[in-house]
Design a protein around this ligand. Structure first.
Ligand code: NAG
Ligand code: NAG
Ligand code: NAG
Ligand code: NAG
Ligand code: NAG
Ligand code: NAG
Length: 459
């Protein structure tokens, strides 16, 4: 589960992609039965399985206890009208402010249909992960590519790659986090690729792409939880189970941050995976791991998430040699409906964003979002200088985009199952990552706008 800097990154990518594909294929062959230990072990033997898909790797139905089932019951079908109140309050205000309005709230708005289409296509971007290549994998509908996020009080400009490279001249932008961070980094690369093919300058520690025209570097570092992870036995926790040191940042990434000018951070989904939580050198809890059920845990996975966010942000803000801008992207909502990722949940057939009236409350997303914001606020309180930290609060806006996920279109296999079986059960699917092109590209428009505002305010 940790980042293993062993092989050159291009090998990592292709091996990772191949492995993920093979695992997915074998999962389909096993037709919905839980992945056996052999497959599970196989992951652990792979040098770097960063490309592995969370929803596949997590399959272990025997270990899902009732409590977790609740926490992972990702969709609560009860539509909750109160959720929309915060979004509708601004509708009567004026709409003619321009993008020069640097104080406009970018995260309250709505999705509007925009026939100008996506910023790239699956054919014009050679670096997108096959599992997110929805069109290349045969997804029949395409209109999910034609929606723009419109903040109520201003416009979010369409991404202009040339302007972005100019703004970032000589600088390095790093995406740090899990597979959703990878999703966002690839979207950024695809967008920029349309004006310049970058040079791959990846090394054993990170993926790096260099844009010669402006000396801009785009980097990705894998870190599942953003905090330190060990696997050696610790106290009563045996070897093999990942141990998260909630009060220590992931030291493998801390080493590199002084060289970054902008960091986009994301995490969250791995807190559903099995792990042990350690705080102040003491085991305080675990996820899918807690041998003595008679003892209460001090920290569950949701609280662990908050602590981890506070830890990594505090480490960034207090680092003596890091002067960059940190953007915390909030929890990316998933859309498994009618079940969870492992119990027949589905997002198949969603071809349009939800409307406010039909937006569905997702309690797990909401609590993860809340805990992440708490962690963000605690870090700001601890740090001397808050000027370098920004929140990119996309969670609510993306709750509407149940149409933006690959669903069953995760591989080009012509024989993949895309329709429910005779028992009505949905085929295995990805309702967590985002199609490319697709709504994920909006995140990079938000990154652009956030950086633009920051740099303008410094002039
Ligand atoms: C699944 O969970 C059970 C109970 O926690 C555990 O004994 C078993 O080793 C797990 N299997 C895999 C493949 O992780
Ligand atoms: C779904 O949400 C409603 C309203 O918030 C709540 O009363 C209900 O308990 C929730 N159900 C589940 C299964 O979480
Ligand atoms: C737009 O701007 C103009 C001039 O600043 C102002 O008079 C008007 O009320 C604003 N709002 C709308 C909706 O036109
Ligand atoms: C891109 O998608 C189209 C379908 O829209 C498909 O025909 C084509 O093969 C795909 N190309 C790649 C490289 O995936
Ligand atoms: C910060 O930079 C100085 C000078 O290069 C170096 O001595 C110090 O070890 C660095 N501190 C950290 C925490 O990286
Ligand atoms: C915070 O940092 C900014 C830019 O790095 C600097 O201009 C400002 O004076 C700092 N504020 C405090 C309170 O240290």
């Amino acid at each position: 589960m940790t980042y293993h800097p062993r092989s050159p990154s291009w090998i990592v990518v292709s091996v990772g992609g191949l492995v993920a594909f093979l695992i997915f294929a074998s999962w389909v062959l096993l037709s919905y039965s839980p992945i056996g230990a052999s497959v599970h072990e196989y992951f652990h033997r792979v040098d770097n399985f960063e490309e592995l898909d969370l929803s596949v790797s997590q399959i272990n139905e025997t270990s899902i206890d009732v409590n977790l089932n609740e926490r992972l019951n990702l969709i609560n079908e009860t539509s909750n009208p109160t959720m929309s109140s915060s979004l509708s309050t601004d509708t009567n205000t004026e709409h003619n402010d321009t993008t020069s309005n640097s104080h406009c709230d970018l995260y309250h708005g709505n999705w509007i249909h925009d026939p100008s289409g996506p910023l790239y296509t699956n054919n014009s971007c050679p670096v997108l992960t096959q599992m997110q290549n929805c069109q290349g994998n045969g997804r029949p509908d395409k209109d999910y590519e034609n929606w723009r996020w419109k903040p109520f009080k201003c416009d979010l400009p369409r991404f202009d790659p040339k302007k972005f490279l100019e703004l970032m001249r000589g600088k390095t932008l790093a995406f740090i986090g899990d597979s959703v961070a990878r999703n966002q980094m690839e979207s950024m690369l695809c967008i920029l690729w349309q004006v310049e093919v970058p040079k791959n300058r990846g090394n054993r520690n990170m993926l790096r792409y260099y844009f010669r025209s402006t000396s801009v570097m785009i980097v990705r570092i894998w870190s599942s939880w953003l905090v330190k992870v060990t696997s050696e036995p610790f106290g009563f926790a045996p070897a093999g189970v990942d141990k998260l040191h909630l009060d220590a940042p992931d030291e493998k990434l801390m080493e590199y941050i002084p060289t970054f000018d902008v960091i986009v951070l994301s995490s969250g989904h791995w807190f559903a995976k099995q792990s042990v939580y350690i705080l102040n050198n003491e085991i305080v809890g675990g996820q899918l791991w807690w041998p003595d059920k008679s003892q209460p845990m001090k920290v569950n996975n949701i609280e662990a998430y908050q602590i981890s966010v506070e830890t990594i942000l505090t480490a960034f803000l207090t680092h003596p040699n890091y002067t960059g801008l940190t953007i915390l992207r909030t929890y990316s909502p998933d859309h498994y409906e009618g079940g969870a990722w492992n119990t027949g949940g589905s997002c198949t057939g969603k071809v349009k964003p939800l409307t406010i009236e039909h937006k569905v409350k997702n309690e797990f997303t909401d609590i993860m979002h809340e805990k992440q914001i708490n962690g963000f606020n605690l870090a700001i309180k601890k740090a001397r200088n808050r000027s370098k930290l920004r929140l990119m609060d996309i969670t609510d806006a993306f709750q509407y985009r149940h149409d933006g996920h690959p669903g069953p279109y995760r591989s080009p296999d012509p024989n993949k199952i895309t329709k429910p079986g005779p028992d009505g059960r949905a085929p295995p699917q990805d309702c967590l990552h985002w199609c490319m092109p697709g709504p994920v590209d909006t995140w990079n428009e938000l990154v652009f706008e956030t950086i633009r505002r920051e740099y303008n305010s410094q002039r």
